[in-house]
Design a protein around this ligand. Structure first.
Ligand code: GLC
Ligand code: CA
Length: 571
């Protein structure tokens, strides 16, 4: 890979010293109950991380075999997307059994061994909890289908009589979030509600048994040593449908704050108050982070210490690569964090969005509300519209900016390899339900879920011995871990150096802006650690200080275009 962050003089030494030293000291887990406030959390999409038994699907023994990689990367925690038994109607977010491991991915013993190995290296473990819906293969849903209307088994879900004399019409014209109808008939005049795919029936959170069962699940994983939970669609659990269902147009008009029938209802926090009591049964208390796509000012309640304690902030993920936009997002979110007493979270990529290297390498979409990069994917991912090099340069600059911020950072597997979105997955190999439910409108999220490359060669670039469950492109070769290992100018080396330095430079959760103009954004942390990003397309004067790390090569006294530097200044 070409030069990324070689900086002149002392900075050069700093970077290579940092990257050549693989013996990262293990961090003692006992010490710091507040670890989540500043953690770097690495998201593993288990089916696409490492495949130990060669069946093409990543698995828990695969993760176990790569714990050394995670240690060398320097992450504080891993978050595992669902690994539970599932028919994979939605990549595992359709859970058959919340308290087991998918046999294709391993066993509970494998899980325990993985947790032990990670803990040994000072890496904490966060698992994904999917409480809004089960899969349609969950024993509760099977029981509901086998039971009559009005039964206790049906009350665990959201069943309604259909309209018309024989109930053959849906109770409402609602559209699911994945496209297509949100109500599905079961053949006896009743229909069930699903926000997502039809294989994901929504649970009824007014039902006490549902509530108790999730408390059991939280204890089940906490007892196995899991340190925290990522809560899927945390803002949708509480619903109030009422007798008369509004139509979709009315639903769309209703403000999504507090009183909407489906989204972000105030009572959802009663659920999390109960969960908090379970978290606090443990020492240190188990942590949680809410995936809540709510009005930003509604986020602090999810992040409150009486609730989940932390909430994702997707504002940077949604922002353009633009200095003013980034600065605004930071100010706004530090203020929100202060309101809840939590720390802010920062995210650029995850398993639901186009990878940030690709988003930043595309011309801006005409419609700013459009999911970034979606139109490009839909067009088949034309290479002439993607500036790969520029996208990666900007991505590394944005990542280094993010890693300098107070709060915790969530990274997504493969971004440390500088991966772009895979655009050319043939239709017959796609898996994401959003592709099948929105023909011609959305190609879905498979392009960021392709198994990651470990080796330059081999049947699946070292992912496993068999054909990977999603096809990998030829250009993965240059991004393989083995291609970047030992190359001080690679994205991987930059991530390793940044995470190691971040640990060393840890300081109070404060930030002060340094006056700057144009597309230069510059801030200082309390200990003299400074972060300066040139978001513009022309070089600017390099701020004073010792360059510790740079996202692309710094020469002389200029900060190149689309580059972040970390500086140390004695005050
Ligand atoms: C969350 C997950 C996404 C999933 C959806 C339904 O948004 O991140 O991957 O499809 O919930 O569970
Ligand atoms: Ca496997």
């Amino acid at each position: 890979m070409s030069g990324r962050h070689a900086a002149p003089g002392p900075a050069d030494r700093t970077a290579s010293e940092l990257t050549s030293d693989k013996t990262v000291p293990a961090v003692s887990l006992a010490e710091d109950p507040e670890w989540w406030r500043h953690a770097v959390v690495y998201q593993i999409y288990p089916r696409s991380f490492a495949d130990a038994n060669g069946d093409g699907i990543g698995d828990i023994p695969g993760i176990l075999s790569r714990v050394g990689y995670l240690r060398d990367l320097g992450v504080d925690a891993v978050w595992l997307s669902p690994f539970y038994p599932s028919a994979l109607a939605d990549g595992g977010y359709d859970v058959d059994d919340y308290r087991d491991v998918d046999p294709r991915l391993g066993t509970l013993d494998d899980f325990d061994a993985m947790v032990a190995a990670l803990h040994e290296l000072g890496i904490r473990v966060i698992v994904d909890i999917v409480p809004n819906h089960t899969s349609n293969r969950h024993e509760w849903f099977r029981e509901a289908l086998a039971s009559p209307p009005g039964s206790a088994a049906r009350d665990r879900y959201i069943f309604r009589d259909g309209l018309g004399p024989d109930g053959s019409q849906p109770p409402a014209d609602w559209i699911s979030l994945f496209g297509g109808p949100a109500w599905e008939p079961v053949g006896d005049g009743q229909w069930y509600f699903h926000l997502f795919a039809r294989e994901q029936p929504d649970l009824n959170w007014d039902n006490r048994e549902v509530r108790d069962d999730f408390l059991t699940t939280l204890r089940f994983w906490s007892d196995r040593g899991v340190d925290g939970f990522r809560i899927d669609v945390a803002h949708a659990l509480a619903k109030h449908l009422g007798e008369e269902l509004p139509d979709q147009a009315t639903l769309d008009e209703l403000p999504r704050e507090g009183g909407h029938p489906l989204w972000d209802r105030n009572e959802v926090h009663d659920i999390y108050a109960e969960w908090r009591q379970v978290f606090n049964e443990y020492s240190p208390p188990r942590t949680a982070v809410a995936e809540a796509w709510v009005e930003p000012h509604r986020r602090p309640r999810y992040a409150s210490p009486e609730g989940l304690g932390q909430a994702f902030n997707f504002d940077l993920l949604e922002a353009d690569f633009d200095g003013d936009a980034f600065r605004r997002v930071v100010d706004f979110n530090l203020d929100l964090a202060a309101q809840s007493g939590s720390s802010s979270t920062w995210v650029l990529s995850n398993h639901d969005v186009v990878r940030h290297a690709t988003r930043y390498g595309l011309a801006l979409p005409d419609d700013p509300d459009e999911r970034r990069g979606a139109a490009w994917l839909l067009a088949g991912g034309p290479e002439d519209e993607l500036d790969r090099e520029r996208g990666l340069r900007r991505a590394l600059a944005a990542t280094l900016f993010l890693l300098g911020l107070p709060g915790s950072a969530y990274l997504y597997q493969g971004e440390e390899l500088g991966l772009h979105e895979v655009a050319d997955i043939p239709a017959d190999q796609r898996q994401d339900p959003t592709f099948f439910r929105n023909p011609g409108v959305d190609v879905g999220r498979d392009g960021c879920r392709v198994p990651i490359p470990w080796e330059r060669e081999g049947p699946s670039f070292g992912f496993g011995a068999g054909a990977p469950h999603l096809p990998q492109p030829a250009w993965f070769e240059d991004h393989a871990v083995s291609a970047q290992d030992g190359d001080p100018d690679s994205p991987l080396a930059l991530y390793r150096a940044a995470l190691r330095l971040r640990r060393e430079l840890r300081t109070a959760e404060e930030l002060e802006w340094v006056e700057s103009s144009g597309q230069l954004v510059h801030f200082r942390r309390p200990n003299g650690w400074e972060v300066a990003t040139n978001f513009g397309s022309e070089p600017v004067a390099l701020p004073e200080g010792e360059v510790l790390l740079a996202s692309s090569p710094v020469q002389g006294f200029l900060l190149p275009a689309e580059t972040t530097v970390w500086l140390r200044r004695s005050r």
